[in-house]
Design a protein around this ligand. Structure first.
Ligand code: 3PG
Length: 396
């Protein structure tokens, strides 16, 4: 994809598609501004080079115009981070937007209202994309978190607005999630967790072709254990994925990948923060108990193995880290990765979703090489899929 700096920016109106889909509480207060902060370098670069920035994003999944999904609550934080008074439009297309864009000074920022207030956005309607494009001179896509959606503001708009290039965040995400994964410093380890193997099949299969070590944790391990004939008690099992689990184990063997499943687990008598818990061997979970975290022996083995690696990608928690009692496995991985990044120069990539939340909860977010801002987008990239938002930039 083309990058910033290739186009002459002074006085140009730049349509920047960012992913400002941040969580808001009931009082419309931002509860996590990571995505806003991640969008700042590109916008600042444009402003610093005398461009006029027209900023667009979606927020949530509104059906039509819905005040609760307005981007207005983002204006103060954006203004503060950018050091300019961001002007907010009441719409993302139409006369008012055209007028505001026309009077925007060099170095000014106009934030458009939620593009998903129009169903045409998700339908990738060409007429709508053309209207979005009509107010700008060039297009920058920095919305990595939305790059897996072929929508008007992420894909369609590139047909009408050229040059169309990637912003710095988009570039960084691709450098790590595509570049570092395709050409890793070896040994290369992947840690995959999460509750269901069904949602990680694509990722596991794709990573099996690349990694030297695959560590599995989270609720999905019980499907693997059951497939191996272990007693799993009342742990979560996907009965229709038992054969798949066996075939993944065989694939790992055939490819010479060291597949590590936890040797011990923390079991609970119920799925609750205050459940009774104990540590048992993974091969013999007692009747009536369910596994909610990996055990201390497993953590020790995982850590020793990770010590030998140079690149690590992590997607999905090791246990039910939302409950303090069952957070030790996930916390241990977060700590280990932070230590390896800062003391041994290991490249560590946190691939979106719950593992990002876990790293942030542990206060280690600034200790990793890269933390993805995309959930679905990073998962699809790791599955080896091409993202429409990225493909559109390539073609443009
Ligand atoms: C996300 O939060 O993953 C992105 O902003 C994409 O949102 P969507 O899943 O509603 O398309």
């Amino acid at each position: 994809v083309g990058t910033l700096g290739e186009a002459d920016l002074r006085g140009k109106k730049v349509f920047v598609r960012a992913d400002l889909n941040v969580p808001l509480d009931d009082a419309q207060k931002i509860t996590d501004d990571t995505r806003i902060r991640a969008s700042v370098p590109t916008i600042k670069f444009l402003l610093g080079n005398g461009a006029k920035v027209i900023l667009a994003s979606h927020l949530g999944r509104p059906k039509g115009v819905t005040p609760k999904y307005s981007l207005k609550p983002l204006v103060p934080r954006l203004s503060e981070l950018l050091g300019v008074d961001v002007v907010m439009a009441n719409d993302c297309i139409g006369e008012e937007v055209e007028k505001l864009a026309a009077v925007l000074p060099d170095g000014g920022v106009l934030l458009l209202e939620n593009v998903r207030f129009y169903k045409e956005e998700e339908k990738n309607d060409p007429e709508f994309a053309k209207k979005l494009a009509s107010i700008a001179d060039l297009y920058v896509n920095d919305a990595f978190g939305t790059a897996h959606r072929a929508h008007a503001s992420t894909e369609g708009v590139t047909k009408f607005l050229k040059p169309a290039v990637a912003g710095f965040l988009m570039q960084k995400e691709l450098d790590y999630l595509v570049g570092a994964v395709a050409n890793p410093k070896k040994p290369f380890a992947a840690i995959v967790g999460g509750s269901k193997v069904s949602s990680k099949i694509g990722v596991i299969e794709s990573l099996l072709a690349k990694v030297d070590v695959l560590i599995l944790g989270g609720g999905m391990i019980f499907t693997f254990y059951k497939a191996q004939g272990y007693a799993v008690g009342k742990s979560l099992v996907e009965e229709d994925k038992l054969e798949l689990a066996t075939s993944l184990i065989e694939k790992a063997k055939a490819k010479g990948v060291a597949l590590l499943l936890p040797t011990d687990v923390v079991v609970a008598d119920k799925f609750a923060a205050d459940a009774e818990s104990k540590i048992v061997p993974a091969s013999s979970i007692p009747d009536g108990w369910m596994g909610l975290d990996v055990g201390p022996d497993a953590i020790k083995t995982f850590n020793e193995t990770l010590d030998t690696t140079k690149t690590i990608i992590w997607n999905g928690p090791m246990g039910v880290f939302e409950f303090e009692k069952f957070a030790a496995g996930t916390d241990a991985i977060a700590k280990k990765l932070a230590e390896l990044t800062t003391t041994k120069g290991v490249t560590t990539i946190i691939g979106g979703g719950d593992s990002v939340a876990a790293v942030e909860k542990a206060g280690l977010a600034d200790k990793m090489s890269h933390i993805s801002t995309g959930g679905g987008a990073s998962l699809e990239l790791l599955e080896g899929k091409t993202l429409p938002g990225v493909l559109a930039l390539d073609e443009a």
